[in-house]
Ligand binder design. Structure first.
Ligand SMILES: C[S@@+](CC[C@H](N)C(=O)[O-])C[C@H]1O[C@@H](n2cnc3c(N)ncnc32)[C@H](O)[C@@H]1O
Length: 262
């Protein structure tokens, strides 16, 4: 197998100063899409209820109340960026949800506290991944499960907007580990890899609305593009939107399920 090409080091995305202002609006999902994730995640979690969960890197709480509805809770949303967490506290409340300041490398919960941990598009932001894998093992009960919803370098999703910003292919290859690297990290921390799931995410919603939401730039790859690239891409999108020629594409919501040692 050929070695992976060298990839540039990217600066971290600033969720405190920039992204929290637009993330909730820019990344909002229809209720059916959230429910589809809950149902699919449920296939990999025990059937008993309630389940105690951690939404690790919970951001603006996009999934946290839905986790409480689906699995009973309590659900602990752990999030390092104050701005993101405050947005969640204001707009994603649920009686079984609490939001805590913390990060994957230092989770503010006692050992064996949770039946499951969800990381939804937060793993690639973690700077000390070995420490985070150990922390997740610590807070899970024996046999508890981690659902790691991520993007993997070997399977960058071909979003409908990708072709308008072609450098995002290279940027995302630099942002994300391969699936094998991710599995190796967790296996080194004592986890067993249970499943690798490619969940089809249908193209849904009104294309004009999707364009409007993309313009919030609440996808972290936009933080690494130049203003000129962004302006050029959106000019082409606007032209194609007016002409009705934007191609609608389904993508894949990839996640890996890991099990802590019993
Ligand atoms: C793309 S957002 C995803 C938020 C949420 N899970 C969602 O899907 O809407 C990534 C989140 O990971 C958080 N994050 C960054 N570094 C982290 C770390 N070391 N541990 C846990 N979360 C982290 C960011 O602050 C941000 O809120």
């Amino acid at each position: 197998m050929e070695p992976d090409p060298p990839v540039p080091t990217l600066p971290p995305v600033d969720y405190d100063q920039v992204q929290h202002q637009t993330y909730a609006r820019g990344r909002a999902l229809p209720a059916e899409a959230i429910q589809r994730y809950m149902t699919t995640f449920g296939d990999y979690l025990p059937a008993r209820r309630p389940l105690v969960g951690v939404d690790l890197g919970s951001g603006t709480g996009r999934f946290t109340p839905a986790l409480a509805e689906a699995f009973g809770g309590p659900i602990h949303g752990v999030e390092p960026a104050d701005g993101m967490r405050r947005t969640a506290e204001a707009g994603a409340r649920h009686p079984q949800v609490t939001y805590l300041a913390g990060r994957a490398e230092a989770i503010p919960l006692p050992g064996a506290a949770a039946d499951f941990v969800l990381m939804f598009l937060s793993w690639h932001h973690v700077s000390d991944k070995p420490a985070a894998a150990r922390e997740i093992a610590r807070v899970l009960k024996p046999g508890g499960r981690l659902i790691l919803r991520g993007t993997f370098r070997d399977r960058i999703p071909d979003h409908w907007w990708r072709g308008y910003f072609p450098r995002t292919w290279d940027i995302e290859r630099a942002m994300f580990e391969s699936e094998a690297e991710t599995c190796a990290r967790f296996e080194a921390a004592g986890f067993r890899t249970v499943a690798s799931v490619q969940m089809e995410v249908p193209f849904e919603g009104d294309i004009a609305d999707l364009v409007a939401r993309l313009k919030f730039r609440a996808v972290s790859v936009f933080e690494h593009l130049t203003e000129a690239e962004i302006a050029e891409g959106f000019a082409c999108i606007d032209a194609d939107l007016a002409a009705g020629t934007i191609a609608e594409k389904a993508t894949s919501g990839d996640f890996i399920v890991f099990e802590a040692a019993s």
